[in-house]
Write a protein that binds this ligand. Structure first.
Ligand SMILES: Cc1cc2nc3c(=O)[nH]c(=O)nc-3n(C[C@H](O)[C@H](O)[C@H](O)COP(=O)(O)OP(=O)(O)OC[C@H]3O[C@@H](n4cnc5c(N)ncnc54)[C@H](O)[C@@H]3O)c2cc1C
Length: 445
């Protein structure tokens, strides 16, 4: 049954799709700019999650932030902001204790709590539990389009339509499922690492029953899942299956880390396309298919102790290409090809965890109704999508500009600077486009 659609009658200055760290940083920048300039913008951020969580299904006990806490939502833009991680620690009564830890890398659970603490400040400007379905143009009788309409659906199936003069699309990555597993997408025991905690909660190894589990992937998520399975599920026997010959360490040495500074964005953006590609490839091993060295050492230690005890609980299946995957009699059978020898082997598992990364294309799906105005989805230096002159309402992208703005684009590194740049661009828009009043009315459709 079609539910009535609620339609907001007046337009926002900005609608944000997704309320992860990128749009949180933007919400702060807008608030601070608005206070400084005495003219707040009317904004709203919509997120499909029921409440604030940062990659909530991956928050295992041992996972740590892979970036200094000083690269929080604000410090690189405004070190005096009350929304800093240090101020969060102070507000929780843990500042001195955190200093005693002697680390720049808080655990991800704590960082999630920091982000929730910030999000709590923006209750009035956020709507949770609404999935944005699409963004449409508000046609203007042949004149340039100055408003966009964002359609979302809430948990009760009710659709909402809101209009805005500008959009910040920050919906993050979408779990990547390799082609060989496409036929098992709905299998309850084949799941992406993005669903790790929720899916593990339903498995019998949680009650101590023996299970054989495959973890597919050679990056940070695979390593974290392997360690968590080893530590938290003693009845699980785990095979780590990876294409590479070894687990490779993430390069976070100081000179290399400079590529994540806000200034580096200018350098990448100003290169010709071929040079941008070269730079991104050269530093790929800072973020993709690599693992923090301390986790590699822990995993090596686990396998070494197996050798000492001669009890081979887990397997390290490197150089393996997965040729086929099929469900069979309650299990999942994987056919593996050894890249070095060409030998083919089959293994049966009770569950398969795909730590196979994320793709970034949800912006194109959500903006599909605007595609005739947007060409190749190319963003300018201020993250505004290039559009033909018929579309005047600006659309800013966060997290979808790696090819043009560099490797920091999908990470936490440049959030404060990027948010500041987008906020600046929003405040430069003509006053006439700003919202005046807002009254939500419900109408049946
Ligand atoms: C497990 C994991 C750990 C990571 N750790 C680090 C790290 O330590 N350091 C680092 O720099 N980077 C890390 N990253 C990279 C990560 O992309 C950034 O940390 C950060 O989450 C990017 O923020 P974001 O707001 O752009 O995207 P996200 O955090 O992905 O947030 C996107 C939000 O949009 C919402 N959303 C998506 N689609 C819709 C829709 N259609 N309608 C409404 N809402 C929607 C989602 O619910 C989500 O809340 C990690 C990534 C993962 C997956």
């Amino acid at each position: 049954m079609t539910q009535p659609m609620s339609v907001a009658s007046a337009a926002y200055d900005l609608l944000g799709i997704g309320f992860g760290p990128s749009n949180l940083a933007l919400a702060i920048a807008l608030e601070e700019f608005g206070q400084q300039r005495g003219q707040p913008l009317r904004s709203l951020f919509i997120d499909r999650q029921a409440d604030y969580r940062w990659h909530g299904n991956t928050l295992v006990a041992q996972s740590e932030l892979q970036i200094s806490f000083l690269k929080d939502l604000v410090t690189l833009r405004n070190p005096t902001s009350p929304f800093s991680f240090v101020n969060y620690l102070q507000s929780q009564g843990r500042l001195a204790d955190f200093i005693n830890l002697g680390t720049f890398y808080p655990c991800r659970m704590e960082y999630n709590d920091y982000l929730r603490w910030v999000a709590g400040h923006f209750k009035e400007q956020s709507r949770y539990g609404e999935q944005v379905l699409r963004v449409e143009p508000v046609l203007n009788g042949g004149r340039p389009i100055e408003r966009l309409q964002v359609i979302s659906r809430d948990a009760e199936g009710r659709e909402h339509a809101r209009q805005t003069h500008a959009l910040a699309l920050s919906t993050g990555g979408t779990p990547k499922i390799p082609a060989v597993f496409q036929g098992l997408r709905d299998h309850p025991r084949v799941f992406h690492h993005a669903q790790y905690l929720q899916s593990m909660a339903g498995l019998p190894c949680g009650q101590g029953q023996a299970m054989r589990i495959a973890v597919v992937g050679g990056g940070q998520s695979a390593a974290e899942a392997f360690i968590d399975l080893n530590d938290s599920y003693p009845s699980a026997q785990v095979d780590l299956i990876l294409r590479a010959a070894v687990l490779k360490p993430a390069d976070d040495s100081p000179f290399v880390n400079e590529i994540f500074s806000p200034e580096y964005t200018d350098l990448v953006f100003n290169q010709p396309e071929a040079e941008r590609d070269r730079l991104i490839n050269e530093y790929h091993n800072t973020n993709y298919s690599v693992v923090d060295l301390d986790l590699i050492e822990r995993i090596y230690g686990i396998f070494y102790r197996q050798k000492v005890s001669r009890q081979m609980r887990h397997g390290f299946l490197c150089r393996r290409r997965i040729e086929a995957a099929r469900a069979d009699n309650g299990q999942i059978e994987l056919r593996l090809n050894d890249n070095a020898t060409g030998a083919v082997e089959s293994h049966r598992y009770d569950a398969v965890i795909l730590a196979t990364g994320y793709e970034r294309s949800s912006h194109k799906q959500l903006l599909e109704p605007l595609s005739e105005y947007l060409g190749d989805f190319v963003a300018g230096r201020d993250y505004r999508l290039a559009a033909d002159p018929r579309l005047q309402a600006p659309i800013f992208l966060q997290g979808f500009c790696q090819a043009s703005h560099g490797l920091s684009d999908t990470l936490l590194s440049v959030l404060p600077a990027r948010a500041g740049e987008i906020a600046e661009a929003l405040f430069q828009l003509p006053q006439t486009r700003r919202a005046k009043s807002l009254a939500a009315v419900a109408v049946g459709v």
